[in-house]
Design a protein around this ligand. Structure first.
Ligand code: SF4
Length: 366
C-alpha cells in the first residue's frame, strides 16, 4: 500500500467538522489511514462522537443464509465459491422453502433485525427470483424481519418482483475501487455492479454495498470506494476484511493489522457519518482481540457464521455488545421476545457471577 504524507491528527476537530455538516476531503480520509497507531485511541474517541450522534449506542445484527453455495461461473479472486476456487466448501443449489424459513427462524433467535438471503452465481434465474419472493412473503408474515437479498446481477423485472414481495434491501458490493477491480474479477465489471445497484434503486429498494479490505489495493482505492458509495447514497455499508481462504486466488494474502482495520472503519464513519456501517466478514480473523473496538466506529455486525466460514458464536457477540454497554436493535416484538428467552440460555460469565454486569437491553428500531 502507498503511504502518503498528509497529516491530520486533531481528530476532535475533524469530528467537529463532520458533526457540523461539512464533508471530509480525500486528504483528510487519507490522513486517517496513515495515522500513527499511537493516535488510535484518540481517533476512535473522535469517531465515536460521530457514530453516537447518529446511532447512539445501538447495534444492529444481521444474519446470513447461504441460500445457494458454490457452482459459480464467475472468478472473483477472494471468493471460495468462484469457478477457479479449490476451496473445500459445500456446494448446493437454491435451498427449498423450509430451509430458507428455518434460516429466518435462526435469524430471529439470534436477535438479528435483518435476514440476508445470499446466493452464489452471476445472477439469479427468473425461477430463483420467484422462489425467493414467495419465501420472503412468508418470512414477512411470520417474523417481520427486515430482508436483504444478495443474488448477483439483477434485471429491472427481477428487482421489481423482489420489491413487490417485500424485500427491503439489495446487497451488491463494489468490493474494491474501479481502478483495482480488474485485478480481482474478470468475468463481470465494476460497471455491471453499478448497474445492478442503480436497477435496485430505481425500483425503490434500499441499497447495501461495501468492500473487502486487504486484497492488495492501495489506500486510495479504499478512499475511492468510500466516496463512490457516498455518491450512491447507500443505506448500508458492509466493510469486510479479507479472510484469505485456502484454494482461492487470494490464498496467502491477508496481512491486515487490527489497528489498520479500525482506522479503515473510522475513515468510513467520517465519510459516512449517518450511514449504517457494518464490521463484516473477516472481523474475527483480522481484528482478533480488538473486535469490540470496531463498534466505536461501526454500528452493525453479522451474527453467527459467514457464507463459507465460521464466525464467533452469537453468545460471544451478545456478550461483546453488552460488555461495551451498547444495545441491540430489534425491529419486531416477536424477535424481542425470542431474545428475552435466548438470554436465559447464555452461560454466566465471571463478571456476571460477581454481579458487575447489567442485562442486555433491547432498543426499538428507529
Ligand atoms: S462473489 Fe458471487 S459472483 Fe463472485 S465468485 Fe463468489 S459467488 Fe460468484
Amino acid at each position: 500500500m502507498v503511504v502518503a504524507t498528509q497529516a491530520c491528527s486533531d481528530w476532535n476537530a475533524l469530528a467537529d467538522q463532520v458533526l457540523g455538516g461539512e464533508e471530509i476531503t480525500r486528504e483528510q480520509a487519507l490522513s486517517i489511514l496513515n495515522s500513527d497507531d499511537d493516535e488510535l485511541l484518540s481517533l476512535l474517541a473522535a469517531t465515536f462522537r460521530v457514530r453516537r450522534e447518529h446511532f447512539g449506542k445501538q447495534v444492529q445484527l444481521y444474519y446470513l443464509k447461504n441460500a445457494k453455495s458454490g457452482l459459480c461461473p464467475e472468478d472473483c479472486g477472494y471468493c471460495s465459491q468462484a469457478a477457479d476456487s479449490d476451496a473445500p466448501i459445500e456446494k448446493y443449489a437454491m435451498l427449498n422453502e423450509a430451509k430458507l424459513l428455518d434460516g429466518a427462524r435462526q435469524a430471529a433467535e439470534n436477535n438479528a433485525r435483518t435476514y440476508c438471503i445470499v446466493a452464489s452465481g452471476r445472477g439469479p434465474s427468473n425461477r430463483e427470483v420467484t422462489h425467493v419472493s414467495n419465501v420472503v412473503r412468508k418470512i414477512k408474515d411470520e417474523y417481520g424481519l427486515h430482508i436483504c437479498c444478495c443474488l448477483g446481477l439483477l434485471s429491472p423485472e427481477q428487482a421489481t418482483e423482489l420489491k413487490d414481495a417485500g424485500v427491503d434491501r439489495i446487497n451488491h458490493n463494489l468490493n474494491t475501487s474501479r481502478n483495482f477491480y480488474d485485478d480481482i474479477c474478470s468475468t463481470h465489471s465494476y460497471d455491471d455492479r453499478l448497474d445492478t445497484l442503480k436497477t435496485a434503486r430505481d425500483v425503490g429498494l434500499e441499497l447495501c454495498a461495501g468492500l473487502i479490505v486487504g486484497m492488495g489495493e492501495e489506500y486510495n482505492d479504499l478512499i475511492d470506494v468510500a466516496f463512490e458509495l457516498k455518491g450512491l447514497n447507500v443505506e448500508s455499508i458492509p466493510v469486510n476484511f479479507l479472510n484469505a481462504i485456502d484454494g482461492t486466488r487470494l490464498e496467502g494474502k491477508g496481512d491486515l493489522a487490527p489497528q489498520f482495520c479500525l482506522k479503515t472503519l473510522c475513515m468510513f464513519r467520517m465519510v459516512h457519518p449517518s450511514t449504517e456501517i457494518r464490521v463484516a466478514g473477516g472481523r474475527e480473523v483480522n481484528l482478533r482481540s480488538m473486535q469490540a473496538m470496531s463498534l466505536y466506529a461501526a454500528n452493525s455486525l453479522f451474527v453467527s457464521d459467514y457464507l463459507t466460514t465460521a464466525g464467533q458464536t452469537p453468545q460471544e457477540d451478545f456478550r461483546m455488545v453488552r460488555d461495551l454497554g451498547f444495545e441491540i436493535v430489534t425491529g419486531d416484538a416477536k424477535v424481542a421476545s425470542l431474545l428475552n428467552s435466548s438470554e436465559q440460555d447464555m452461560p454466566a460469565s465471571s463478571c456476571e457471577k460477581s454481579g458487575n454486569c447489567v442485562s442486555l437491553p433491547i432498543a426499538d428500531a428507529p
